[in-house]
Write a protein that binds this ligand. Structure first.
Ligand code: XBP
Ligand code: MG
Length: 265
């Protein structure tokens, strides 16, 4: 829309749109392990470590290498991992379909405001596409997929976050430059990915990510905020109480443009 300093907001999904990691993804992995008769149990603490590896298949491989190296002898290990992961996705979708997951504070409010102002909305996530479409439909409503100009997901690019690839893919499909967009992320891996693509980023932390390093973020907040439940500022300066178009315009016009020489690689 004319008068705004940015043209699109690109949302991360897991941990940003909804808190899905601890009680949905993690439980879905454990259910899949059970189905394959493996006695692995990813508890809440261990899963925090495993979240540093983005992508479910990549996370299973990392776990095998570090905690279950005997499994490396499995014939056609990649196919086995893919199979476990397909089952994990089935469990994830069925947990989502129980409708227990709510969007994080401010997500629906901000998306509605962006839509009214005709600002583009996109998704850039490492998770499987079907997980995203189901999550969006179950949290934002069954017509919500049409609200998003671009949905960039999972294996669509070879390198997952913290590589910038998924953000670059989203920018190309939006037909926009990095400076015209703002990303919203919850994790250090996500921030690095967005910054490496040259995109200014608002971070909304959660229990798994609140102690991570968010150097370079435009601002770090507890959540996007609601009128009756303002955000807490973890790092950065603002007089706003919730993330809205006015605040995103301020962020877009800040001078702290990402230093392309020193951005994360
Ligand atoms: C978060 C992730 C994902 C999910 C697992 O994605 O790291 O890997 O935990 O998803 P984001 P899959 O924050 O980028 O939305 O098992 O479908 O790969
Ligand atoms: Mg995330």
């Amino acid at each position: 829309m004319k008068g705004n300093k940015f043209s699109a907001v690109i949302f991360d999904v897991d941990g940003t749109i909804a808190d899905t990691e601890r009680d949905v993804h993690r439980l879905a992995f454990n259910s899949a392990f059970k189905k394959f008769n493996i006695n692995w149990n990813w508890d809440v603490e261990l899963y925090g470590e495993l979240l540093n590896i983005t992508g479910g298949k990549e996370r299973i491989r990392y776990y095998i290498e570090k905690y279950a190296p005997d499994k490396l002898k499995t014939r056609e290990l990649e196919a086995w991992i893919t199979n476990v992961h397909i089952n994990k996705t089935k469990y994830f979708l069925s947990l989502l379909n129980h409708g227990l997951i709510q969007p994080r504070p401010g997500v629906i409010r901000l998306i509605k405001e962006l839509r009214s102002a005709k600002i583009d909305i996109a998704i850039a996530s490492t998770t499987t596409l079907n997980n995203i479409t189901t999550l969006l439909k179950s949290t934002l409503g069954k017509d919500s997929l049409s609200w998003f100009n671009v949905i960039a997901a999972g294996d669509i690019v070879p390198k997952k976050k913290p590589a910038p690839d998924i953000y670059i893919w989203a920018l190309n499909h939006l037909g926009l430059q990095a400076q015209q967009c703002i990303a919203i992320e919850d994790s250090e891996c996500g921030l690095r990915a967005a910054m490496a693509a040259g995109i200014k980023t608002v971070v909304t932390v959660n229990n798994y990510t609140e102690k991570q390093n968010f150097t370079g973020a435009s601002i770090v907040l507890s959540n996007l905020g609601e009128p009756y439940e303002p955000f807490t500022v973890m790092s950065g300066i603002t007089t706003n109480k919730l993330v809205n178009i006015e605040m995103l315009n301020e962020i877009a016009s800040h001078d702290n443009k990402i230093d392309l020489e020193n951005r994360f690689q």
